[in-house]
Design a protein around this ligand. Structure first.
Ligand SMILES: Cc1cc2nc3c(=O)[nH]c(=O)nc-3n(C[C@H](O)[C@H](O)[C@H](O)COP(=O)(O)O)c2cc1C
Length: 208
């Protein structure tokens, strides 16, 4: 096909093996700003409602700021454990404890606020920024940089805004702690197959 690469195996491999990477990180190796920007340039090829491009990426490499963010993240984890009665996995706890050591923290933001009470507006608002966050994880992973999709920090949006000077009318979404991978083993996850989660021509009708 004109204008299309015919090798989709590499791309499929990246899609199938972009896992949360929390431990197997080279904590000493900084992320080159140009590499991160190249990944963000790819990420912003994602769809964006009414071409608003309201995504903003706040990259935190400053040691003190990372410490402040990491503390808020840990508090978010504790709050979740209390509220939901769930336990964080050992890898998640360790990740929280070492968050400030991550080479970079990327906070994906969206200018504006979703309209309250409207599912359509929420879908449109977050749907205009989160695909870019996932594309960013894919582009990073293709370059040997691991990341994790995290949402705990949003529990402390105001305090985070204060640390990073984020205006009140900017929505914070996911935080991607990132770093070059070290000895990471990335395999496809054990997920339900398409056959089980895909319905044809109406809810609940699978293709046998
Ligand atoms: C909406 C959402 C919120 C998440 N929040 C967190 C989080 O706050 N901290 C964390 O360590 N992982 C978080 N995760 C990552 C999941 O734990 C992870 O994706 C899941 O365990 C599957 O593992 P995999 O990413 O390696 O496939 C989140 C994932 C999603 C989709």
């Amino acid at each position: 096909m004109a204008n299309e690469p015919d090798d989709f195996e590499t791309f499929d491999h990246i899609l199938a093996t972009t896992r949360s990477v929390r431990r197997r990180i080279d904590f000493e190796r900084p992320i080159e700003p140009e590499v991160l920007e190249a990944c963000i340039d790819l990420a912003v090829q994602a769809p964006t409602g009414i071409n608003a491009e309201n995504w903003r990426f706040v990259v935190v490499t400053d040691t003190e700021k990372k410490r402040s963010i990491a503390e808020l993240y840990r508090q978010g984890g504790e709050a979740l454990v209390k509220a939901r009665g769930v336990e964080l996995k050992a890898t998640q706890r360790e990740h929280a404890d070492r968050l400030h050591e991550m080479p970079a923290l990327v906070l994906v933001c969206a200018e504006g606020r979703p309209a309250a009470g409207s599912a359509a507006m929420q879908v449109g608002f977050y749907g205009s920024v989160l695909p870019a966050a996932w594309s960013l994880m894919l582009a990073l992973r293709a370059r040997g940089i691991g990341s994790t999709w995290t949402s705990l920090l949003v529990l402390h949006e105001e305090a985070v805004a204060e640390v990073l000077g984020i205006p009140a009318d900017v929505s914070q979404t996911v935080l991607l702690p990132i770093g070059y991978m070290k000895d990471a083993v990335l395999k496809p996850a054990n997920r339900k197959p398409a056959r089980e989660v895909t319905y044809w021509n109406g809810w609940g009708t699978t293709r046998d």
